[in-house]
Design a protein around this ligand. Structure first.
Ligand SMILES: [Zn+2]
Length: 382
């Protein structure tokens, strides 16, 4: 990139971010209660909660840090940060310790009725539009759990996750393309007109996934989507023996591996219910074959901590239930419509990228919040 263009971009970004009233020194709200889960489940968690209702009334201007149209030179040698990464991090107010929304979707249906877990295709498209407008870029659950976050400087990662592998999420039509009103069809059409918001998502699947399409798991993997574990039979793991827990996870893991050639690395708990023996959610053996999982995702309720933040727990990753139409007062704090509005009002809480996947940038005021970083990543406090 010519130096002159870089300077122009940096200057523009500096002007745009000057209107922000914060540099990212805020801390997360403390614990307030249990997660919202499906009505049939119980769950427990160790992370903090931030119901939207606790965070309304902010006075900061709407908007997010401005994207910067350059990629920094990757910082490759251990312990060093490229000079332009440092400059860009300051310019865009990068904060890679901020929160990341992990959105949870179920079925896209014409008339969701009172089902809190389903939405219309139009509502899904509206949420993609909102996310793109607010400066989000999708990454997969696997990338998130591994701390392999590759979004441009100034942008915010978001994780789109789909549970239960229904045909409203993915179905190929007679022309061998996804049907237009399934989630994959909507994401791909949106990405064509919004190249800064690629079609990337994670599908947590069960036995008989996407029944109307041949070899659906292979197709999804070949087209940039992640296929991940949701147990064979959508089991309530809290009711099962250790052997049955391992069979539900391990057999699902092997089905995905056989279909795609890739071992899945993430797992969403059906109903958000933990196994009695939680270590089996991460690793186990069944039928003589072992499985290993790097990230376990819960059901609902608030944005996740950054994977680089102290206290981030790969065995309890928070999700937000996508819901565009407000539910009752008890539900509202856990819905995407409310949570995304809070983050729009408080962009300083968000994970904002420095554009360099090898470097974890954050304001010096947050240095105490840094957790253990994945191997090969370098800190950049500014
Ligand atoms: Zn499910």
């Amino acid at each position: 990139m010519p130096a002159r263009r870089l300077l122009v971009v940096l200057a523009a970004a500096a002007v745009a971010t000057a209107s922000c009233t914060t540099t990212g020194g805020g801390s997360l709200p403390g614990p307030t209660g249990p997660l919202a889960t499906s009505t049939t489940s119980t769950t427990s968690t160790t992370g903090p909660q931030s119901p939207a209702s606790s965070a309304t009334g902010g006075t900061q201007p709407s908007g997010t840090a401005t994207s910067i149209a350059v990629s920094p030179s990757p910082s490759t040698s251990a312990g060093t940060v490229a000079g332009n990464t440092k400059t860009i991090a300051r310019t865009v107010h990068a904060d890679e310790l901020g929160v990341v929304p992990v959105l949870m979707y179920h079925q896209l249906v014409a008339t969701p009725g009172k089902d809190r877990y389903n939405e219309t295709p139009a509502a899904f498209l509206a949420e993609l539009t909102r996310l793109e407008r607010d400066g989000y870029v999708p990454i997969t659950a696997a990338q998130f759990a591994a701390g392999a976050i590759d979004v441009p400087a100034g942008k915010h990662p978001v994780v789109l996750t789909f549970d239960d592998a229904t045909t409203s999420q993915f179905q190929l039509g007679a022309d061998d393309h996804p049907v237009p009103d399934c989630a994959v069809g909507i994401m791909q059409a949106f990405a064509e007109t919004h190249p800064d918001f690629p079609a990337r998502a994670t599908f947590f699947v069960n036995k008989g996934a996407f029944a109307k399409t041949p070899n659906p798991l292979q197709w999804l993997t070949d087209n940039g989507f992640e296929v991940a574990v949701h147990t064979v039979s959508h089991a309530n793991l809290g009711t099962l023996t250790d052997a049955k827990v391992q069979k539900e996870i391990g057999d699902n893991f092997q089905t995905i591996l056989a279909a795609t050639g890739k071992a899945p690395t993430t797992f969403a708990l059906p109903y958000g219910v933990h196994a009695k023996n939680r270590v089996l959610e991460l690793r186990g053996t069944t039928g003589g074959k072992s499985y290993s999982i790097s990230g376990v995702f819960l059901v609902g309720s608030d944005p996740s901590k950054s994977p680089f933040r102290k206290g981030f727990d790969v065995a309890n990753i928070h999700r937000i239930r996508s819901q565009s139409t407000p539910g009752g007062p008890n539900d509202q704090p856990y819905e995407s419509a409310a949570e995304l509005t809070v983050l729009e009002q408080h962009p300083e809480r968000l994970y904002t990228s420095d554009g360099d996947p090898k470097v974890v940038s954050y304001p010096k005021s947050r240095a105490k919040d840094v957790g253990t970083l994945p191997a090969g990543l370098v800190r950049n406090a500014y």
